[in-house]
Design a protein around this ligand. Structure first.
Ligand SMILES: Nc1nc2c(ncn2[C@@H]2O[C@H](COP(=O)(O)OP(=O)(O)O[C@H]3O[C@H](CO)[C@@H](O)[C@H](O)[C@@H]3O)[C@@H](O)[C@H]2O)c(=O)[nH]1
Ligand SMILES: [Mg+2]
Length: 245
């Protein structure tokens, strides 16, 4: 299998999947990711970051690791249990809200403009800076309240902090590895708000950010962990950045 690929992209893409009770979703998302990377002949690995899920997610992750090859740095199929530094890191949800089919567009945009970060956006219909896509971004499956919370969160941060990124609260992103390390070291908030803080910090540090329109589909299995506490923390986080950046 290895020898049939002669790819010009020599980078490695490390996908980080945070999981909490994703036993049902993990095998399918890993399969979809594997297919995308194989199809595009890219070197890849998946790192599952599980927080002691009671539903047995870790056992499923271990089974997948033995199926796909644990921690081996094979050219096309490896599944690591610890963070090993690929050249680029993709962070995305494991519940299909973020579809792997968008990853090749992230990679093309990164390459075309030598970007530090590419983020998925639900709130633009064309890629930024230049690459145009036919499919507009959007959200499917959320009720009006959740849509308003998301729009409100973006509006608040955009108005107060002006980072010039249309979807600050999304978490489907590709980072150049050293850039991710740098931003994480600067980021202080915990919970949902850190997605927004990472992007605001990145812009303040002068990193380049491109956007690819994505459709966000709400999960079918399991529940979201967004609650009222997170909304309050988010508003506090925007205020802290407004007064401190
Ligand atoms: N390791 C770990 N993973 C977690 C935890 N809580 C959630 N996750 C994982 O993080 C991903 C997103 O969690 P959800 O609970 O599904 O989030 P959501 O409400 O759908 O929110 C999504 O959209 C928001 C934007 O509107 C994003 O801000 C958020 O990051 C996420 O992408 C999933 O893969 C889930 O298993 C945790 O405590 N620990
Ligand atoms: Mg979700």
């Amino acid at each position: 299998m290895q020898s049939q690929f002669a790819t010009s992209d020599t980078h490695k893409y490390s996908v980080i999947l945070p999981t909490y009770n994703e036993r049902k979703n993990l095998p399918i998302i890993v399969w979809l990711l594997a297919n995308v990377f194989e199809k595009h002949q890219l070197a890849w690995e998946i790192i599952v970051v599980d927080d002691a899920s009671p539903d047995g997610t870790q056992e499923v992750a271990r089974q997948l690791a033995s199926l796909y090859g644990e921690g081996q740095d094979r050219r096309h199929t490896s599944m690591a249990s610890i963070l090993s530094p690929g050249d680029f890191v993709i962070i995305m949800d494991a519940d299909f809200s973020h579809h792997p089919k968008f990853i090749p567009q992230f990679i093309s945009l990164q390459k075309a403009h030598n970007l530090d970060i590419v983020t998925g956006t639900r709130y633009r219909s064309t890629s930024k800076p230049f690459l145009r896509e036919a499919t507009p971004g959007g959200v499917h499956g959320w009720d009006l309240k959740r849509k308003l919370v998301s729009r409100g969160a973006n509006f608040l941060a955009d108005t107060m902090l002006s980072p010039g990124v249309s979807d600050l609260t999304g978490s489907f992103r590709l980072y150049r590895l050293p850039v991710l390390r740098h931003i994480i070291a600067e980021t202080v908030s915990k919970g949902y708000v850190f997605q927004m803080e990472m992007m605001v910090r990145a812009r303040a540090l002068g990193y380049t950010v491109g956007e690819v329109p994505i459709t966000f589909v709400d999960r079918i299995f399991g529940e979201s962990k967004l609650g009222a506490d997170e909304i309050v923390s988010y508003a506090k986080g925007v205020w802290a950045l407004f007064t401190g950046v």
